[in-house]
Every structure is written in C-alpha cells, then in structure tokens.
Design a protein around this ligand. Structure first.
Ligand code: SAH
Length: 245
C-alpha cells in the first residue's frame, strides 16, 4: 500500500507552492488534482507519473466527493507515492479532512502538506491586509456558498456585526445576497468591499466598491473569485502592488 500526500497547491502563482509540496510532486507516481490547482505544477512531475483530474468547480463538483475519496484510495492500492493536489490549503474549504478520514478508515498512511490559502494570499496580492493594527484585530473566512435545498441561511449573519475583516470564498454567485444581508444587520451602505478575481495569476483583477454598488461593478468577473469586506480594503490605495492599473 502506498502513501498519500494531501497537498496544498497554493492559490495560483506557481511560485507560491511550498518546497515540501514541490518535493512530493517530483516524487509522485500519480497526481490527483483539482481545477483550482495550477496545472503548470504537473510539469514538475517525473517521467511516467500518472495524472488524474477530478476537477471541482466553484459551486458544484464535477465528481462527487465520495468518488474522489475512492479514486485516492484506489491510487494508494496501486502506487507507492500518491499526491492529492488541492487548490490553496487542504483544510480551508478544501475537504482535506474528509479525504483524510476516508483513508484513515481504510488503513492508508497519509500526510498533510499545508498550502498558501487564497483566503489570505489573494487579498495580499491585491494589497489588502486581512488584519491591520488600528483597523481590525481579527478576520473570518466564510463560505459564501450554501446548499440551495436549505430554506433558510446557515450563515450566522448576526455574528458579522463586528469590524472583523470577512473573507467569503465561493461567494461571487451570491454577491447580491451577501451584500444585502450585511446591510440588513446594520453595516453602512458605503462600507468597503472588494472582489478579487483570479488572484495571484497574471490576469488577476480587483474591483473595489461599497456594499451598495459592488454587485453591479463585479458581478461579471471571472472565477475563481473571493470577496473581502472591511475597512482594510481602503489600504489597497497605498498597498496595491501586483496588478497593473
Ligand atoms: N482550499 C482553497 C479554497 C477552496 S474553496 C484555499 O485554501 O484557497 C474555492 C474558493 O476559493 C473559490 O470559490 C474562490 O472563492 C477562492 N479562490 C481560490 N483560488 C482563488 C484565486 N486564485 N483567486 C480568487 N479566489 C480564489
């Protein structure tokens, strides 16, 4: 039986891959990868390495998670070194825990390799610090995607009345609802918000606005995209460095 490395691929820029992730990618006999993992990473694999694409879309999964789990398990039965390459960090809305439990239950050895999460790195490439002394002392990372068969919201909106920076992943298609909810709990209409599309990639694009106008400005941006809410968004005026205007 082989060993599985549940590996974070980082947010997009291939240079944000960790040294440890690069090492296992080079040793891998098979790499099972997501849509959000930069495919250029596969060029680092050794000759003869097999690639299995289990492309997950933003809000729907092209392969059900159960099938992905089984795919990883089958690969572990067949190969010595299995790399499961996932966008960002495996534990940040990455279902890395579920994959690990599936392997644990079948007696497969595994390791987690943390990745640079888009939740922090993408705002950073946009010049938006998730915390900043004197502005905010904490940040939250929230899923903007909720299962559509639930009649009421599972997100505890009342908790978001504080000045925490809020980072919504998987939320672009729900941008209108998110901004409405934040205004309903009392955030001002002109509260700063940014949408960052294809962060850390050459075509990264950030759109800054207010809770009231961001939907019209940003709704058509290409995915993947994340949403940052908070006064820290204003710091982009001084800290923007990656995107050319
Ligand atoms: N495990 C990943 C997140 C998986 S959820 C991580 O740690 O980064 C997928 C969501 O992450 C997307 O819907 C989007 O909101 C965000 N995301 C991932 N890569 C991104 C990128 N390069 N730019 C903007 N958002 C990104």
């Amino acid at each position: 039986m082989g060993k599985v490395y549940l590996t974070g691929a980082g947010p997009g820029d291939i240079d944000l891959l960790t040294v440890k992730a690069l090492r296992v990618v080079r040793e891998a006999d098979v790499i099972i990868y997501d849509r959000l993992a930069n495919p250029d990473i596969l060029a680092e694999a050794k000759n003869g390495c097999e690639f299995i694409y289990v492309g997950k879309e933003d809000s729907h999964h092209t392969l059900p998670q159960e099938e992905i789990n089984e795919e990883i398990y089958q690969a572990a039965l067949k190969y010595d070194t299995v790399v499961r390459l996932k966008g960002g960090d495996p534990f940040v809305f990455g279902r890395g825990g579920e994959e690990g439990i599936y392997l644990y239950e079948r007696g497969v050895t595994f390791e987690f390799i943390p990745g640079v999460t888009s939740a922090i790195a993408v705002p950073e490439y946009a010049g938006i610090p998730v915390t900043h002394r004197g502005i905010t002392v904490s940040f939250r990372v929230v899923t903007g995607h909720e299962s559509t068969n639930k009649s009421h919201s599972q997100i505890p909106w009342e908790n978001y009345k504080t000045d925490d920076t809020i980072i919504f992943l998987m939320g672009l298609h729900r941008l209108k609802v998110i901004t409405q909810k934040l205004m309903e709990i009392g955030k001002p209409k002109n509260y700063p918000i940014a949408v960052i599309s294809r962060g850390t990639r050459p075509d990264e694009k950030t759109v800054v606005g207010t809770l009231e106008d961001i939907y019209e400005k940003a709704k058509d941006l290409p995915t993947p995209a994340l949403i940052v809410v908070g006064e820290v968004v204003r710091l982009r005026e001084q800290l923007s460095w990656f995107e050319t205007p």
